[in-house]
Design a protein around this ligand. Structure first.
Ligand code: PLP
Length: 405
């Protein structure tokens, strides 16, 4: 089956609007993707029909919310092929999921002199929580470098892993360069030294099949708002044997078994890590986003997005003095570039005035910019609802901006 993009776009009315009197071209999907009608309806249905606090009440609405909320846990379990539903924890997003692991895994397993290994191409949210942990525990953060094409130097990993390495955290896809990392190989290397691996799937979960059982990763994290779901929701997958040994991240309602001033005991998984009223409406919206993606079929998404990316690369390559960042064999979702000496902010501003949304700057990946000695890049990022005409318009607009400088 190939995608009927025209009818898909009808599910995203936001794409039909005009900005500055021009049809809007949205190419900032890696920052936040747009939300289909079925997701909005699912959330509307909560507020209009059964807005009750889950797990708390004995009344109809609370019970209905609880059932719908827990159904999404089963949906996520299937979507990522987690062995058990207890290993699926709802959070506010990728950032919170990583902070949860950095805090709780750190409390349980990291001591003075231990090491955490990350890559040079991580988003700040997969760097700073580990720096905070290392500061707290007097541990050391080590870094896997990448080369000038953006390829992670996996051959250096065995030497970077030591008897003190407690965890390796790496992104599946770089948000700044679109590079797809060979995570299976990385997991094998880490596991051969008994080092658990956290995968940041924020830029992967909607572009490829992420099967945690097949991958064998120990933790995997993602955000709803990058995969056509709402903001304020995301997931942490963690292996039960690790999560069981980790202390709670936050204290509050629902994460307890019994509270008294002489001592408190904690709930079982996954509730131990879901303190307070969860973003249940958004969780239910996330379930609808998974339904939408499943309806299209991940293989159709992969095929169309590859075609778009190849096309964008080909069209933009014709521009004089264009320089790409991320030129490996496996790229996904993102094309990052600079043209001549034009500052990325200037390029972004002019493109915006022409009705084209791209992201400019360091993309919360400053070490990547430091690697290349640049202040930032222009990043166009694609979703399955983008079309080739939009790429043509981007290419023409970039040429126009060039001619103005
Ligand atoms: N990791 C990667 C690779 C990302 O691209 C992003 C966001 O752009 C994040 C983590 C942080 O995601 P969030 O802001 O949804 O928590």
């Amino acid at each position: 089956m190939s995608l009927d993009i025209e009818s898909i776009r009808k599910d995203f009315p936001i794409l039909e609007q005009q900005v500055y009197g021009k049809p809007y071209i949205y190419l900032d999907n890696a920052a936040t993707s747009q939300t289909p009608l079925n997701v909005l309806k699912a959330m509307n249905d909560v507020y209009n029909g059964y807005n009750g606090n889950p797990h708390r009440g004995a009344h109809y609405m609370s019970n209905k919310t609880t059932a719908e909320y827990e159904k999404v846990r089963d949906k996520v379990k299937l979507f990522i092929n987690a062995p058990t539903r207890e290993e699926v924890i709802f959070t506010k997003g990728t950032t919170e999921s990583i902070n949860l692991v950095a805090y709780s895994f750190g409390e349980a397993f990291v001591n003075e002199g231990d090491e955490i290994l990350v890559s040079e191409m991580e988003h700040h949210s997969n760097i700073v929580p580990w720096q905070l942990l290392c500061n707290r525990k007097k541990a050391n953060l080590k870094v896997i470098p990448f080369d000038d094409k953006g390829r992670l130097k996996v051959e250096e990993i065995p030497a970077l892993l030591s008897s003190r390495t407690r965890l390796l955290a790496v992104t599946m896809v770089s948000n700044a360069m679109g590079v797809v990392n060979p995570v299976e190989e990385i997991i094998d290397m880490a596991h051969s030294k008994n080092v658990p691996v956290l995968l940041d799937a924020a830029q992967a979960i909607h572009h490829m099949k992420v099967d945690v059982e097949k991958l064998g990763c120990d933790f995997m994290v993602f955000s709803g708002h990058k995969m056509y779901g709402p903001t304020g929701v995301g997931c942490l997958f963690g292996k039960k044997e690790l999560l069981d040994k980790m202390p709670p991240f936050m204290g509050g309602g629902e994460m307890i078994e019994k509270v008294s001033f002489s001592g408190t005991t904690f709930n079982q998984l996954p509730y131990k890590f879901e303190a307070g009223t969860p973003n249940f409406t958004e969780v239910i919206g996330l379930g609808a986003a998974i339904d939408y993606l499943n309806g299209i079929g991940i293989n159709n998404v992969i095929a169309w997005e590859h075609e778009l990316l190849d096309y964008a690369r080909k069209q933009l390559s014709g521009i004089k003095n264009i320089r790409f960042f991320g030129e490996t064999e496996h790229q996904s979702g993102v094309i990052s570039f600079l043209v001549g000496n034009i500052h990325p902010y200037d390029m972004g501003m002019f493109l915006d005035k022409m009705g084209i949304a791209v992201r400019t700057g360091h993309h919360c990946a400053e070490p990547v910019m430091d690697h290349f000695g640049i202040p930032g890049t222009v990043r166009a990022s694609f979703a399955f609802y983008n079309i080739k005409e939009e790429i043509d318009k981007l290419t023409d607009a970039v040429k126009k901006v060039m001619s103005m400088f």
